[in-house]
Design a protein around this ligand. Sequence first.
Ligand code: SF4
Length: 558
Amino acid sequence: MFCYHCQEAKKNKVCDTAGICGKKADVSSLQDLLMFSLKGLAFYSSRAEAFDLVSDKTHHFMAKALFSMVTNVNFDPADFVNLIDVAVRRRNSIRKKFLAAYQLKHGAEFDETLPEEASWQYDEASDKDFIAKGETVGVEKDKEGLDEDVHALQECLLYAVKGLGSLAVHALEMGVEETEQYRFMQQALDFTLSKNNTQDEVLNMLLRCGELGLAAMGRLNQANSDKFGEPEPTTVYLDTWDRPGILVSGHDLHDIEDLLAQTAGTGVDVYTHDEAIAAHAYPALKKYFNLVANYGGAWQDQKTQFPKFNGPVLVTTNSIQQPKKTYQEKLFSTGMVGWPDVPHIEDRKPGQRKNFSAIIELAKQCEPPEPLTDGATTTGYGLQALTALSDQIATAIEANKIKRIIVLAGCDGRHKERRYYTELAEALPEDALVITSGDTKYRFQHMDFGMIDDIPRLLDAGQINNFHGIIAFLQTLQQKMGLSELRQLPVSFDIAWYEQTTILMMLALFALDFKHMRVGPTLPPFFTANILDLLDRRYGLKGIDTPENDVAAMMAGE
Ligand code: SF4
């Protein structure tokens, strides 16, 4: 086992026996073999695009398979055996059509040297054989014959493409998609098969991935707004009610809508957890009286918080952890999420809602949740609400009432070093406006930030994908203030990363040529010292320091 694709890699180096996330060596090998198989599929599908031979189904499959490997999404070996088998069968089918089309067009056989990824075959799909094969592929095998700095950048590309897959699947669930991003996924996987890529070539791919990642976030936001209305600043209660409830964790607003529609009038309340808190801000979701509150905090607190909820918990999209016995029987997954023996709610059929009746029936038999806290917080500063504040914010900057905007966005996680984000928020002066998205906000949303004139000093844009709204708002602000470049705005980015969608935030800032950003609590373990140096010189990428030093540096414009 060799996995270092998230921020919690053991000692910030590598998980080599078992994952800190709960991933075991068998699943790690299967994920490595899935990536190997997807590269083989991409070898043919990226070439077959020229002949228009790649179906939507293949595009969707690739995005889903990439999404399944995002940290904390799926831990079920059976799911990966199936995905590998489908990838190889799709590869073989596209290969056949491509070779025929190539022969017809060129009057000669396709004669490129085939990487093993494009030619590997097996007799029968079996977990034992796939695990054994998976142990022979993966990060260390890919490194052979490659410059280690190029390899580091290519690993980053693979992880970013997984993040892109997750955004594409979320948007697809809302009926929105973009062919270009699917083509890029294929292109990127095929690109990493070459042993001749230069650093600059990989960097260019990373910048393109950053652009597409930002566009994919924007597309998802638009799809959410089109379906559920523009998010609006909304007070979210943090207490509990005296009826049984269902807790929803993850990002998927479509699932939440289906659940709300089916629970309305049943006497069962719906609570949000982690990034699902953003649901409270959407008009078509908050109209349901039984969407009552947010329960608990970020994903890493689920083992202590889920048992106290008493009712069933539905995990959509990602961030599932090994369930404790105290709540395993009440846990459900859906979408690409999976854990062995955790019941899975099947995908919705066209034109129908997902069927949550099993969860609702279970909820009716459960006690109401135990209170964890009380009070309230505010979310919903999506693009429209941020833009509505842009004149006031521009005026406050010009009047020196806002000295700096600090974008404190990204993921939360288990590391105790993440208290940095609380301490940093506490140490920021009153003329620093804080904008956030993602679940790192749980580190500081309980604090009273106060106001700057009529502007709340903490603006929560919502989920990770609402990072696009933050960037679009900053571009509006840049225009209003007559500045020619985004980086001339008094803005600093301090990104808390954990998994692969946050890598897209970093790449998006590279692509925007925004100099000076911090990424923490540790820098990605897959980057070499040379690459970190290069990224610092080109894009001003830094790790975090003490909260006091970083506050001083950011307020001084660094
Ligand atoms: Fe370790 Fe992260 Fe990989 Fe899990 S995803 S095995 S925690 S590096």
